[in-house]
Design a protein around this ligand. Structure first.
Ligand code: 5AD
Ligand code: SF4
Length: 480
């Protein structure tokens, strides 16, 4: 293990060298032109991708790029998602647009990275239909970005044929976790912190284990060091990130549980709120429930993907829990944290789903009383076991169930959403309201939004707010 760590440190140093080479090249260009190079990054998909984009931004800013908010930039990057088919289609749409833009901007670079790039069919399509793309990399080697930019620029300098200039660097899997590279943070007061990468669960519908590799946890010391540094910079809320945070620590040299990690983080002064995402019901331990019950800092929110309420279907999905086990878990959580806000993910139209299976899902929705649910139509992902099942559900039937599920979720959440009306709650103030500049927007511990009049100087602080009126998914409030 020590050896692996050293290898990773060597990699960090190697990449810092590439960053410095580009930095001095771009600094020289800046001295001549007086203009900094710009970059634009569009992120698709989940929080894991958003965090990866922050790391990409960190490297680019260190090189000397300045971020812009349109694709009319020197370097355009798409950090892609492939969890459902429509995520792929959106990327092709953007590529059509940026290809036309690139014709009028000859020096422009275009890069693609993220989950969709881990699929060979997508990469083949890009090579054939979008040859103007300059760099393609995946989910395992983001830390190599400076090296890849340098290779692409060198290709041009040494006169490589245009059709051969595209730099493609994709890794199927890795054990490597490269720490201590430049880093960027979207917010100064809240931050995502990776704790576990990849996924070993192989739910039969899901592409993630194939594109993000096998599960590997970060060392406890590295996580604590990062959180302490964030706290010293003024960060108040952290979101611990992993495809399945509950399996944190299993593959470490000194195995550790997620509950224990939370207890360690709780001790860090300055951190006032701890969130985490995502929890797999099969791995959520009683220890964790107890820690959540005791903790003053862990937020009042648990995202607990259900996927289906049918035990029969859950088995075929390879979820490894039953409807009863899920309901029992919910009961125990509600007992330990009476005010907990539960949210979930549900898929409808999984192969072989019958009306009876679907009614079981509706039953769980009614019984749990989720505050909100992300509902998805099953999307066939090539390479997953479910894609080869021959009992795919008719599109119209699936759509009808989707609409009924949405109604059930709305009915169930409307009962609980307004429960803080006429109370005072702590709110982390996040930004000026995008619709009305006289209002601020913040979040309750349970992640719900509150809009209230106030001064910008409050952004980043946690203050008591009186919740005057519930508007469904948000409150209107006033400073208490
Ligand atoms: N089709 C539809 N939804 C899916 N998800 C994952 N794979 C698929 C798929 N093939 C959903 C799951 C997961 C969420 C992030 O995306 O509900 O929890
Ligand atoms: Fe996909 Fe299942 Fe892993 Fe979640 S736990 S990322 S749904 S395989």
């Amino acid at each position: 293990m020590e050896k692996l760590k050293n290898t990773n440190e060597l990699e960090t140093n190697k990449q810092l060298d590439f960053i410095n080479i580009l930095k001095s090249k771009y600094e020289d260009e800046y001295k001549k032109t007086g203009v900094r190079k710009t970059y634009y990054i569009q992120t698709f998909g989940c929080q894991m991708n958003s965090r990866d984009s922050e790391k990409i931004s960190g490297i680019l800013k260190r090189i000397g790029y300045v971020e812009t908010d349109t694709e009319d930039a020197d370097f355009v990057l798409y950090n892609t998602c492939t969890v459902r088919e429509n995520a792929n289609n959106r990327v092709y749409g953007r590529l059509g647009y940026v290809g036309r833009l690139k014709k009028s901007r000859p020096g422009m670079l275009v890069a693609l990275c993220g989950c969709m790039m881990q699929e060979s069919t997508a990469v083949e399509k890009i090579k054939a239909s979008y040859p103007f793309v300059d760099i393609i990399f995946g989910t395992h080697n983001i830390f190599k970005l400076a090296e890849l930019i340098k290779t692409r620029l060198d290709n041009e300098e040494i006169g490589t044929k245009h059709s051969d200039r595209m730099v493609i660097d994709l890794w199927k899997d890795t054990d490597m976790i490269v720490e201590n590279l430049p880093n960027d943070r979207k917010y100064s007061f809240k931050a995502g912190v990776n704790i576990v990468f990849g996924c070993n669960n192989y739910c039969s519908y899901c592409i993630v284990p194939y594109v993000r590799g096998r599960e590997r946890s970060r060392n406890l010391e590295d996580i604590l060091e990062e959180v302490k540094a964030l706290a010293s910079e003024g960060v108040k809320e952290i979101m611990l990130l992993g495809q399945n945070v509950n399996s944190y620590g299993k593959n470490l040299d000194k195995p550790l549980t997620f509950a224990k990690l939370l207890e360690e983080i709780e001790k860090i002064e300055g951190i006032e709120r701890i969130r985490f995402m995502t929890s797999h019901p099969k791995d959520l331990s009683q220890d964790l429930i107890d820690v959540m019950g005791r903790s003053k800092k862990i937020c009042n929110h648990l995202h607990l993907p259900l996927q289906s309420g049918s035990t029969r279907l859950l088995k075929i999905m390879n979820r490894r829990y039953t409807k009863e086990a899920y309901l029992d878990l919910v009961e125990r959580i509600k007992k330990a944290v009476p005010d907990i806000s539960l949210t979930t993910d549900i898929i409808v139209g999984f192969p072989g789903e019958t009306e009876e299976d679907f009614l079981e899902t509706l039953d769980v929705v009614k019984r749990v009383g989720f505050d909100s649910a992300f509902t998805f139509l099953y999307s066939k992902r090539t390479g997953t076991p479910a894609a080869n099942m021959d009992n795919q559900v008719d599109e119209k039937v699936a759509k009808d169930r989707f609409d009924r599920l949405l109604t059930a979720v709305q009915e169930s959440s409307s009962k609980s959403l307004g429960r803080y009306e006429n109370t005072v709650q702590d709110v982390l103030v996040e930004e000026v309201n995008s619709q009305d500049g006289s209002l601020l927007t913040g979040r309750l511990s349970n992640n719900m939004l509150v809009h209230f009049p106030g001064n910008q100087s409050l952004i980043g602080s946690i203050i008591p707010v009186y919740l005057k009126e519930s508007k469904g998914f948000y409150y209107i409030g006033s400073q208490a």
